[in-house]
Design a protein around this ligand. Structure first.
Ligand code: SF4
Length: 212
């Protein structure tokens, strides 16, 4: 089904079947009991978005990692620290931003005592899109930033390529503008490219000020 035509504040390229209603606090409570895909079972908890319900900028990551799963907050742990540093260098106050993920539960493979991150399947991403749609409908951000390929393709469609289209601003529906950039965890894995990717992340985050 196409995304609900009655809500122009949900600028997602991919379809959403239903959009839960309610305040951000109510949505967070409802999402704690979500069983719409199998990811809830092995995970510790739902990692819902965090930030002011009237934020003008929303940052969308991919899916929670080990640290987010433990703490129940998006963008904590080593990747969160990279993002915090980049936000500070770009002159952005994290507390003024709404931060969330495309998928709200940690997916992993158990190897001995280690939990190895696994990418959510297309079906799991589709099941979880209702929560992102609900956050967009409630927060109504003017600026939407996708961090990483999963979030970028959710916003801009499957043909979007981060390596080619990173940092390019586009109109997102009638009410928002959006752009995609590196996810901080990709920067941590980037080896010899890490420094350059980090510089690009900061440059992209700085460009938010020009869109406000
Ligand atoms: S990942 Fe999303 S759809 Fe799946 S159980 Fe968790 S909140 Fe529900």
């Amino acid at each position: 089904m196409p995304r609900p035509p009655q809500d122009p504040f949900i600028p997602l390229a991919k379809p959403v079947r239903e959009v839960p209603d309610g305040s951000i606090a109510a949505l967070r409570r409802k999402a704690r009991a979500c069983h719409a895909c199998p990811l809830w079972k092995p995970a510790t908890q739902t990692v819902f978005g965090d930030g002011p319900a009237d934020a003008d900028v929303m940052l969308i990551g991919e899916q929670p990692g080990l640290h987010e799963d433990r703490e129940g907050e998006p963008f904590v742990g080593p990747a969160g620290h990279v993002l915090d540093r980049a936000l500070a260098e770009a002159g952005l106050d994290r507390g003024a931003l709404y931060m969330t993920n495309t998928v709200k539960h940690f997916k992993y493979e158990q190897r001995g005592t280690a939990k190895l991150h696994k990418r959510a399947s297309a079906a799991e991403q589709a099941a979880c899109r209702m929560w992102l749609a609900a956050e967009l409908a409630r927060v109504r951000p003017k600026i939407v930033i996708a961090l990483g390929a999963m979030a970028a393709q959710t916003l801009f469609g499957n043909t979007f390529r981060l390596t080619r289209e990173r940092g390019e601003w586009r109109q997102l529906g009638e009410h928002a503008r959006g752009m995609a950039t590196w996810h901080p965890s990709a920067i941590l894995r980037g080896r010899e490219r890490s420094a350059e990717m980090y510089r690009q992340l900061v440059e992209d985050l700085r460009s938010i000020a020009r869109q406000r």
